[in-house]
Design a binder for this molecule. Structure first.
Ligand SMILES: [Cu+2]
Ligand SMILES: [Zn+2]
Length: 180
């Protein structure tokens, strides 16, 4: 039987637990930025669900922006004065591809006018297991999906390490994440 992907992903969100997850936290410029990213195994790939708040917003009536969103190859959300999340490294790219064909390239986040964002998408570029231990990064600018090597998406403003979640995990239960 061929179950539509919509049914599969809805079923996964309602009844199954994510295999892996990351808590992202903003850097010094965005201390209120926090989010949860969930990775569910679906078919040959992953359902990625992202819930973020505290994104930077433009003042006035034209608020809400797009934010570059990638999995980076590094395993730590640390850095130096030039780049707070420098050790997250480059986009995860075991295949040696150009941007935007990296394993870690993902759709941009769409921010609301109050600086939150929710999204869900399916990708077959990676399984949850393949991204465990790596980092998920949010940038201050949208990815242009052209510029090399990383889409011109600007500064890294938030970072989280992707961790395998145990069977007791349920979305919003932060106790299943170790402190980063
Ligand atoms: Cu990035
Ligand atoms: Zn890339």
């Amino acid at each position: 039987m061929n179950i539509p992907l919509t049914n599969e992903t809805l079923n996964m969100m309602l009844w199954k637990k994510p295999r892996a997850g990351a808590i992202v936290r903003g850097g010094s410029a965005n201390p209120g930025l926090t989010g949860h990213i969930y990775f569910y195994p679906v078919r040959e790939g992953t359902l990625v669900i992202s819930e973020v708040k505290g994104l930077p917003v433009k003042s006035g009536s034209c608020g809400g922006g797009f934010f570059g969103f990638h999995i980076h190859e590094g395993e730590r959300c640390t850095g130096d004065a030039s780049d707070e999340f420098k050790n997250a490294g480059s986009h995860l790219n075991p295949g040696g591809c150009d941007h935007p064909y990296h394993m870690g390239d993902m759709p941009v986040l769409l921010g609301t006018r109050d600086g939150s964002s929710w999204s869900a998408f399916y990708t077959d570029r990676f399984t949850p297991e393949e991204v465990e231990g790596h980092t998920v990064i949010i940038h201050d600018m949208p990815d242009d999906f052209r510029s090399q090597p990383s889409g011109g998406s600007g500064t890294k403003i938030a970072c989280g390490v992707i961790q395998k979640l145990n069977a007791a995990f349920f979305p919003k239960d932060e106790t299943q994440f170790s402190d980063q």
